[in-house]
Design a protein around this ligand. Structure first.
Ligand SMILES: [Zn+2]
Length: 151
């Protein structure tokens, strides 16, 4: 998570609130930093080599900046996870990545009805597309996985 990097303003290409090409509707609402009003999160294209996506507040507006070419290469569950991970940063304003990952999983369960089986698939997908990491297997320690009833 990076706060208000003005450089990104140069790379704003789109201001759509939904992601093109997604079958499921991904939606995220978070507070505007100045007004504290809940607004639909903006999606913008960002050209960055280091990250697939980041959560930012340009001029206080909750925004997900996405590197579309990297993002579109990911399988569907992983794309949704990346989206909800950034959404979780914007909604909860947390810095702890493990906590944010768990909130993302919770959002996927509540908004996309992602099952326990799909959560396991997600861990596989992330490990394959982004590399093996304890971070992915730790998703199976999240409350959203443990207390999910649907298999
Ligand atoms: Zn993060």
């Amino acid at each position: 998570m990076k706060l208000g990097k003005p450089l990104y303003l140069l790379f704003l290409l789109t201001t759509t609130q939904t992601l093109a090409g997604e079958r499921a509707v991904l939606s995220c609402e978070a507070a505007h930093l100045d007004t504290n009003k809940t607004v639909p999160v903006k999606i913008v294209s960002a050209i960055t080599k280091q990250r697939i996506a980041t959560a930012q507040w340009p001029l206080g507006y909750p925004t997900i900046a996405i590197n579309e070419s990297e993002f579109s290469r990911l399988p569907e569950l992983s794309r949704h996870f990346v989206y909800y991970h950034e959404c979780a940063h914007l909604v909860k304003q947390l810095k702890d990545e493990a906590q944010v990952d768990c909130v993302a999983l919770e959002m996927m369960r509540d908004q996309q009805q992602v099952s326990k089986y799909e959560m396991r698939l997600l861990v596989d997908e992330l490990s394959t597309s982004l590399g093996l990491s304890r971070r992915w297997t730790n998703l199976l320690k999240c409350e959203a996985f443990i207390h999910s009833s649907t298999d």
